[in-house]
Write a protein that binds this ligand. Structure first.
Ligand SMILES: [Cu+2]
Length: 149
């Protein structure tokens, strides 16, 4: 009987939702101009063991890719797709302009409405994030496309 109780206790611990240990702060989704993809930034705080962000999905987008910026041999920053982002134990993963970010293709939602993004981690946890899909501002991520006029 004692063994059984112990077993239940351990099962409860194991069944505790791992995603409760990961929190999303300041989620920000900016829609692309015209047919361009949207971009998402967010700060992920991890209170648990180290894991990795391995994929993202959304009912509001057809496809989401993990991107980062890397310098090419000419010293220019280019976006490249990666398989995952590391989320350190008791640490933070920042998706931010000029660094790691999510690229969201094929917007199916409503402009100015909320979008839902599910972040999937290597430890099996899924974290659902809601954010307002706002228009990209001129002074943002791709301001170089707006000079002139
Ligand atoms: Cu990108």
């Amino acid at each position: 009987m004692k063994k059984f109780i112990l077993f239940c206790f351990v099962s409860l611990l194991l069944a505790a939702p791992a995603h409760a240990e990961i929190m999303a702060m300041q989620p920000n989704v900016k829609l692309g101009i015209g047919e361009r993809p949207a971009v998402m930034f967010v700060m992920l705080h991890n209170k648990g063991a180290a894991t990795r962000l391995v994929s993202a999905a959304s009912p509001d987008f057809e496809r989401i890719e993990l991107h980062t910026h890397k310098k090419n041999p000419y010293g220019m920053m280019r976006m490249v797709q990666v398989d995952d982002f590391a989320l350190p134990a008791n640490g933070m993963l920042a998706l931010k302009p000029g660094g790691h970010h999510l690229m969201l293709f094929g917007f199916k939602g409503k402009k100015g409405g909320d979008v839902r993004i599910d972040l999937n981690f290597a430890n099996g946890a899924t974290l659902t994030v809601r954010a307002m899909a706002s228009r990209r501002e001129k002074a943002g991520h791709d301001k170089m496309h707006h000079h002139g006029h």
